[in-house]
Design a protein. Sequence first.
Length: 462
Amino acid sequence: MKKLWLLVAAIAIVSCKKEATVDYAVISGKITNAEPKEMTLYSSSDRSFREKITIAEDGTFNDTIKKFGAFSLYQGRNFTPLHLEAGNTITINFDAKDHKNTLAITGTGSEISNYLLEKKAKENEIKGKGIDLFKKEEADYKKAISDIKTAATELIDSKKGISADYKAKEKRNINYTYITNLDMYKMYHAYYAKKKDFEPSDAYKKEIDDLMAEVSFNNVDDYNFSSSYKNLVSAHYRKKANELAKKDSISNDVASLKIYGGIKNEEIKNALIHEASIYGITYTSDLEAFYAAYKAAGSTNEKNNAEIEKTYNILKKVSKGNPSPEFKDYENYKGGTTSLADLKGKYVYIDVWATWCGPCKAEIPFLKKVEKQYHGKNITFLSISIDAKKDHKKWLDMVKEKELGGVQLFADNDWNSQFIQDYYIKGIPKFILLDPKGTIVTPNAPRPSNKKLVELFNELKI
């Protein structure tokens, strides 16, 4: 009887013991000829997530990931699409010099990643090289994106080892991608085919309108699953914000926050409010109005709210009417060094830029035109490069090659320069206007390509 009791007790203990819950995925493998010796994993659903993965000297790597969904894995220029779920143990092997022909993804849960890889290959095959797809005429373009949609749908239907739930979401994603491709044609064809005033046919536009009318913009599962759906949602509410801005004569950034505040789904609302604010607050022309609109929008994400409040408090110190932070002894292209204090006595229009920044370089012709227009007047045009020290020669060469005027300076520590940090600059180009006493007129001055810049100069009687 005693033995029986012990047996029952043992069974009870075993049956009561909880099984360990696996709340992570493991990715490992070997990359031959890997330079650099690291990879970066980006989440498709959460743009703030990135994980650096170190590659050992023998090419091996191993990492544990506690975030799930779709990812992009980059090793140098080599791109690998991945899908991770809890419990996955995925092995990735390839030769960095021949990624396309040597990539192998195996292990538990690798079926979706291999599907994504195959889907991308089929899509590239149909698209052709580079920008060729967007140069096609309307009928040919539409056929190509329809073929992409059909190929992807047939492919996901043919796959085994992938859940019905994933397949259903992926089919909706394929449809969202088709709508997105339809919608982008006007802008991309006009640019790449050099047709400035291009307009698609009425039938083409009607198809977009009909398909958009069928889309629900409050599906949080699709928002977290599909980047194409996320783009459609953003475009939908951005259009509403533009309409509100015109109707109420308010700025687009404030109008966006007003629109996002009315979204029914809390998770989507919080995400769009944060996405609009994380960089938007650093670019707004009216910090107080922007922050008031942020608070009124009603984000319930406390982490996001704390982050935006912290940024607001930093930016208040460099808002209109405050003395500008200083910089000292920046290298001057013409020789010697220059400090901000040396430029007092005139208005100073500051352009923060870098040689690698496309939008910065696009402003150069407009900046040169404005400089010429205000030559000899009560204003100094100051350009500060935040190129890394390794690119110092590139800066010297570009200033000479493009015959850049004004005062050309090289910051002392690129993005980490104290002046850049003090202004909390998160993106370039960045334009700042100071008055002759060194007081901030606006920390977000209009770009040279914007006619509002000259209007501002005229208001100040420069």
